[in-house]
Write a new protein. Structure first.
Length: 423
């Protein structure tokens, strides 16, 4: 009897301690105006707020955690959704998320060193939408969000997606008629002539979305406007992100007009300091058109402006091997320009070796001149040149005479040691 009383007392005491602990943590979370990911700051240190929320979740039953989705604090609601996501809790998730989709409570969200202002509803939908709803429920909720013309970023992501249906089109068009730019853009994927006037209104609302929308349905009537736009940006002294969409639209035409516009990017009338941005955008626009039509530009962009990837290299090795081999050599002479694209440089070295290009002089030059990032790629591919080759050894010794960066001297010294051991 005494034992039973003692156990009952112990249970009540533990329950009270647990309840107090949960309440203390809840108060801490409720007093915060910030929602933090597990790691925050540039140094990625563990968030104390997240740790507290994690501890609270561990103390809560499924029922208690579900109840926290209705808490007065948006921070608590967001943490509840975070930890609910991986629990197999049975509930009317469609009904719950339909209600959460109207949660426009604003809070600050930090992940890593990035801080942004978000709606609580966006965080909750991000956590639970894919994990708790069936595919039919997901489609149904997306339609409801568009019908309600939701302020959530989640709703905008639906408009910008490839989701399509007759019901979604009708709801999207109603929203577009209010002047919403994303909704107007979303109509473009349906390719309906009756929407062209609305789409043209994007010129004044959001020129980037206009260029993206027109990629679904190129029209001859747009060419004068596009040429005028091209001539207007040639003297610009700063680049604009919508140029990327502009050049992609021009590429879709895939005709002489496209080439005419691209040629203008190489003219002296284009501000020299930002010409590289024009060319990078053109490269991005045409790099997947490996049908021969844009070959002349792809060749120039590779050999003159160091814009290439392994797919283009393989394409030219098959269609114009003589040019491709010269392109590989040109790249190796200019490899330091691939400081931020060492993956491509690595592929080029291997492709050159596979095609029996003598790499000795190219490696020697790189060893003597290249920066640490690209030099590292050459050092990883030293099996592409003869071990102990005098030209290579001399280049290594020459670099070591005036080099102090240990990330350079280390691999070079090891190379000499390995060569010496092999002898």
């Amino acid at each position: 009897m005494r034992k039973a009383i003692f156990l009952a007392f112990l249970f009540i005491s533990c329950t009270n301690v647990s309840s107090k602990k949960k309440e203390d943590i809840l108060q801490k979370l409720r007093s915060s105006k910030h929602y933090e990911a597990s790691f925050i700051g540039a140094a990625a240190f563990e968030s104390e707020l997240y740790k507290a929320a994690d501890e609270l979740a561990g103390l809560c039953s499924d029922r208690e955690l579900l109840k926290l989705l209705k808490d007065e604090s948006p921070v608590v609601r967001c943490y509840a959704s975070n930890f609910i996501a991986d629990r197999n809790i049975k509930a009317d998730w469609y009904g719950i998320l339909l209600k959460e989709a109207e949660d426009y409570s604003e809070l600050s969200f930090q992940s890593g060193c990035i801080i942004s202002n978000v709606y609580a509803g966006d965080i909750i939908l991000e956590d639970l939408f894919n994990k708790k709803l069936t595919e039919p429920e997901q489609k149904k909720l997306k339609l409801e969000l568009v019908k309600k013309q939701s302020k959530l970023n989640f709703a905008n992501s639906i408009l910008l997606s490839q989701d399509m249906s007759d019901e979604l089109y009708a709801a999207t068009r109603d929203w577009a008629l209010t002047g919403n730019a994303n909704a107007i853009f979303s109509l473009a994927k349906y390719k309906k002539d009756e929407d062209l006037q609305l789409i043209d209104s994007l010129k004044d609302k959001d020129i980037d979305l206009f260029f993206k929308a027109c990629q679904y349905n190129t029209r001859e009537s747009l060419k004068p406007f596009l040429e005028e736009y091209m001539r207007s940006i040639m003297p610009k002294e700063h680049f604009y992100t919508e140029w990327k969409s502009f050049y992609k639209l021009v590429a879709v035409y895939h005709d002489d007009f496209s080439k005419k516009i691209f040629r203008l990017a190489f003219f002296d009338k284009v501000t020299y300091n930002i010409r590289e941005y024009h060319l990078e955008f053109i490269y991005d626009a045409i790099k997947d058109y490996l049908d021969g039509f844009y070959d002349d530009y792809l060749k120039i962009l590779w050999t003159k402006h160091n814009l290439v990837d392994k797919e283009i290299i393989d394409y030219f090795l098959l269609t114009d091997k003589e040019f491709a081999l010269e392109g590989l050599k040109t790249t190796l002479l200019n490899s330091n320009e691939y400081f931020f694209d060492t993956e491509t440089l690595d592929y080029i070295i291997k492709a050159a070796y596979k095609n029996k290009i003598d790499l000795t002089e190219y490696f020697a030059r790189a060893i003597k001149e290249d920066s640490v990032t690209t030099l590292e790629i050459y050092m990883k591919n030293m099996d592409c040149v003869q071990a102990g080759n005098k030209t290579i050894v001399d280049a290594v010794k020459a670099r070591l005479e005036n080099e102090s960066n240990r990330y350079v001297t280390g691999p070079l010294t090891k190379y000499l040691e390995d060569v010496s051991t092999e002898k």
